[in-house]
Design a protein around this ligand. Sequence first.
Ligand SMILES: [Zn+2]
Ligand SMILES: [Zn+2]
Length: 254
Amino acid sequence: MAQYLFVKFGAPYLRSLSDSILKLIYPSSCEQCGCRLNSGWSICASCRDAFLEVRQPMCSVCGRCYEGAISSEFDCPNCRQRKLAFDFARAAYQGSEETLSLVHQFKYQRQIHLSKELGRLTSIALTDSRFSPYLEHGILIPVPLHWRRYRKRSFNQAEEIARSLTALRNDLTMLNALRRIRYTETQTDFSRAKRLQNLKGAFEVNTKYLQHIKQRPLILLDDVFTTGATANECAKTLRQAGASSVAILTLVRS
Ligand SMILES: [Zn+2]
Ligand SMILES: [Zn+2]
């Protein structure tokens, strides 16, 4: 039966069906603190309040938040000395213990059911008016995983967040236009220079989607923006394939 449903309606259908069945058996509770929930969210309002939204003043390129009363637009010292392939990066939340542990739960503890929530949280970044020209075409491209890592994790976190965003907003379409063609080591402990080198030539555009991205502004989506090395390499690949511009959207700016 499950196999029949999978073939007929696909994984998302099965997922929402199993979600509904689970909700009948277990009443919802907050994913973070365990309190009883009766709203449509799976994280309670007080846990969400602990997440720090990205706010001004922030670097107009990498989206890093700064303290103080800077009222004019500025680029941080890091961005000033880099030649970047994307226009700007904008996250919904700042990297904190709470937001990073949520991403960790999702990604490494395989709590894939959190994707709906993470999509909803990510969507608040789209209120930034710089996304307006991007939303006219509404093309959302998730940062891809190499198939070996995909097989290990069984899902691509960026793709799941993108899917949840497109379910939420009808002005967005997900396009799996990028492929990771080189298996790269996990970069967590690398310096920026080493990250850049590690990623060179790691991505390619799926030729099937070339027409869809040519001369179009594209939104590249990932879970976390740290140094921006991955996002920049993806943006470079998309620009070389003809994209007019690339903006980066992430859940967290760490
Ligand atoms: Zn809670
Ligand atoms: Zn910056």
